[in-house]
Design a protein around this ligand. Structure first.
Ligand SMILES: *Cc1c(COP(=O)(O)O)cnc(C)c1O
Length: 236
């Protein structure tokens, strides 16, 4: 029961933030981050027509969502965690978007595996915007290199849709806001340069900072703890 209530609270809070920031109602999507939470808990949110989920580990994502996706065709799965090249093959059939593209070589592998099953994969470029050492492209020129390659049809099975970031883990709101602003600026710059793509997706904001992210233009918040509660890392 609690999970459903949490979900409704989060959805309500998102719409209030949209309104308060002068943004269009419904412009921010909720990606429910279900990592470390069992299928039964995910099913509770499905009852509320929550269909978009984020997972960060390939094996866990495959175990849970191969089952859930056969039960419900509306489910969308986004991979949000660092992806090793040797696991691309496993996640490609199940994922609807890979948000954590953080290096050029990963595109090559995604292309290869998607080509085999004739699937076009939506991707986001993960960009490193915080001070902490976290994953993501650190260099804008590498993203430009990737977009150039996609523009030249080097990766016909890859569709770039926008950008993702994680703000630094800090209570300093200024730093968090700056990180989101950096991603938004990158998006605007890249969108102006590559008008042939729609790079509108800005995946930013987690349980602790999604309100700031919405103020700064987020189009997708990735929320786990505020919906499912604390994760029990001892279980796996
Ligand atoms: C775990 C995770 C989230 C969700 O974090 P919460 O603080 O539980 O909302 C969002 N994004 C990524 C990339 C994550 O790994």
């Amino acid at each position: 029961m609690e999970i459903k209530e949490n979900l409704l609270k989060v959805l309500d809070s998102i719409s209030q933030c949209e309104k308060a920031s002068g943004r269009k109602a419904g412009c921010v999507k909720l990606c429910a981050v279900s990592k470390f939470h069992p299928i039964e808990e995910i099913r509770q949110t499905l009852e509320n027509r929550q269909f978009l989920y984020g997972e960060n580990r390939v094996q866990e994502a495959c175990e849970k969502f191969s089952v859930l996706k056969t039960e419900n065709k509306e489910i969308k799965l986004h991979l949000i965690g660092q992806l090793q090249s040797n696991k691309v093959r496993n996640i490609v059939p199940l994922a609807d978007c890979i948000q954590s593209v953080d290096r050029f070589d990963l595109l090559k592998e995604i292309e290869k595996q998607c080509c085999k099953i004739d699937k076009v994969m939506n991707i986001l470029f993960e960009y490193h915007t915080g001070e902490d050492s976290k994953s993501g492209f650190t260099d804008k020129s590498q993203i430009i290199q990737a977009l150039d390659a996609i523009a030249l049809n080097t990766f016909p099975h890859i569709k770039p849709c926008g950008f993702m970031t994680m703000a630094p883990f800090t209570s300093d709101e200024t730093l968090i806001r700056k990180s989101f602003q950096t991603l938004r600026t990158l998006k605007e710059e890249m969108q102006n340069q590559y008008t042939q793509f729609n790079l509108a997706e800005l995946s930013m904001g987690m349980s602790g900072d999604y309100k700031i992210a919405i103020e700064e233009g987020s189009t997708m918040v990735r929320i786990g703890t505020a919906i499912f509660g604390e994760r029990d890392y001892s279980k796996k």
